[in-house]
Write a protein of this length. Sequence first.
Length: 266
Amino acid sequence: MNNSEMKIRCVVVDDELPARQSICRQIEKNCPNFDVIQTASNAPEAYQVIKECAPDLVFLDIQMPNETGLAFLDRFENRKFFVVFCTTYHEYAVEALRKRAFDYLLKPVDKDDLIGCAKRITEKLLIARGENSKEGPGGRRIELVTSGQRYFVRHSDILYVEASGSYSTFYLESGKRITVSKNLKRIEQMLHNPVFQRVHNSFLVRLVSVQSQNCRNGTLRLQNGKEVPIAVRKRDAVRQRLVELMIEVSENLKPPMAAEDAPTMR
């Protein structure tokens, strides 16, 4: 499944009709894989809609009569949906982060900000669904051919791949190593899974195998204790992806990483 094929079911919550209509129009125009299944004008109505429709994503206003969007989220102990706050007030950004909001868009919502938000959410859901998909017994697999042997390796068993020229070595959770005569770019194409990210010219990492990111020396520590370098130009992107992975999408997705240096909100 690619980004354009994934349908994301959305609910828009705002007490002002023009604001609801505006965000719905923008979503329809700029986010082709987003489907607004319902809207709500207040917290009680929104609660009922979310319970009945089980959306993937809720666009939520903060300032609403009787109950703010921030307070509203406290109703959901084990939230299974993403939240994107849409508000006129930038001062709520820190509190939004504490509520595990995925993004924070200022009204009037900028087209490019919305498109960027949509892309990140789609990639995050692809990671979650790809990591837990049932494409054959045990989930998605890659075929690795060495001299005289073929291996069928589950994506979820791969910790990282390290390249050396035209050769790449797969490091698996079991401790096993498999070296194939393909460069890292070709390996990326074969995996075709956003759960893997190129963090360095020589390293491709399965993101949910990351335990921590050390922002001082520019490394990732994986669950087997291996420290992998991050290219300087990729550090911000890697940090953002790891922060996004901290947001639980389902009970089956349990990203174990923690930040050694907590990221700052920009």
